[in-house]
Write a protein that binds this ligand. Structure first.
Ligand code: SAM
Length: 252
């Protein structure tokens, strides 16, 4: 077991069956699995699809998988954060991404997948429960934050199932949950520019305890909050993503 690669292997057949049922893989789907490990999800996916692509960083695991599944499993033995998913898609159908992710890289990986969303049809990901809570949090809740708002223009998120530590070998210290992330054909709202949206959201949540007036000083001109009907004394977690979009448009 390689701790640095966040290796916790799924062994619970019921959990595996429920994840595969949620994915509903169909022959012809182009599935990309991230971190196949010992093949807990790879095997049932492979049975249904006859072929798939997987990215695994661990050389020994990659070798085992290659020997077990043969050439119909396209195995890329590298760090997923270095892979150009759009290039992997090429001119074919968008990819269906699946993964019981290494939790130590889940946030950078989510942002990277988000950047490459036009190459992706949907994603079914096992994540740390806390990350899923942040992804689906409503405004005003404790876990609502930068991640929630940054995802909102681009994707629909559905929490599918909770998974306890006992489903893995070795059991992780945290609980997990599976989500379906579906890139939207059109952004949910106009964010002006990505750079401006990123800047405004980052500034707002950099110090959650500050009022928006103080947090956005230097990012959004004085008076803009009032013009948009936003209380300058409100705090970052009370604003809906669409209001951040309006602020980003005004900030230019
Ligand atoms: N999918 C398997 C399962 O459900 O049993 C393994 C899940 S385990 C939580 C995460 C897997 O991702 C491990 O096999 C690990 O070696 C691999 N991994 C870790 N970091 C990676 C990275 N940066 N790029 C690609 N694979 C990675």
């Amino acid at each position: 077991m390689r701790k640095r690669f966040g290796q916790h292997f799924l062994h619970d057949p019921q959990v595996i069956a429920r994840i595969v049922a949620a994915i509903e893989p169909r022959r012809g789907d182009r599935v990309l699995e991230i971190g196949p490990g010992r093949g807990a999800l790879t095997a049932p996916l492979f049975d249904r699809l006859g072929a798939l692509t997987a990215i695994e960083i661990d050389r020994d695991l990659a070798r085992h998988l290659g020997a077990r599944f043969g050439p119909a499993l396209e195995l890329i033995n590298t760090d997923v954060l270095e892979v150009d998913i759009a290039a992997l898609r090429g001119s074919g159908e968008p990819l269906r991404v699946v993964g019981n992710l290494p939790y130590n890289i889940s946030t950078p990986l989510l942002f990277r997948l988000l950047e490459q969303r036009t190459a992706i049809r949907d994603m079914h990901l096992m994540l740390q429960k806390e990350v899923v809570d942040r992804m689906v949090a409503p405004p005003g809740s404790k876990t609502y934050g930068r991640l929630t708002v940054m995802l909102a223009p681009w994707v629909r998120i559905e929490r599918l199932l909770s998974v306890g530590p006992g489903a893995f070998t070795p059991p992780p210290k945290v609980s997990s949950a599976v989500v379906r992330i579906t890139p939207l054909a059109m952004p949910a709202f106009d964010i002006g520019s990505t750079a401006s949206f990123d800047r405004v959201v980052r500034a707002a949540f950099a110090q959650r305890r500050k009022t928006l007036r103080n947090a956005l000083k230097g990012t959004v001109a004085a008076g803009v909050l009032e013009q948009l009907g936003i209380d300058p004394r409100a705090r970052a977690e009370t604003l809906a993503a669409a209001q951040y979009a309006a602020l980003a448009r005004a900030a230019g």
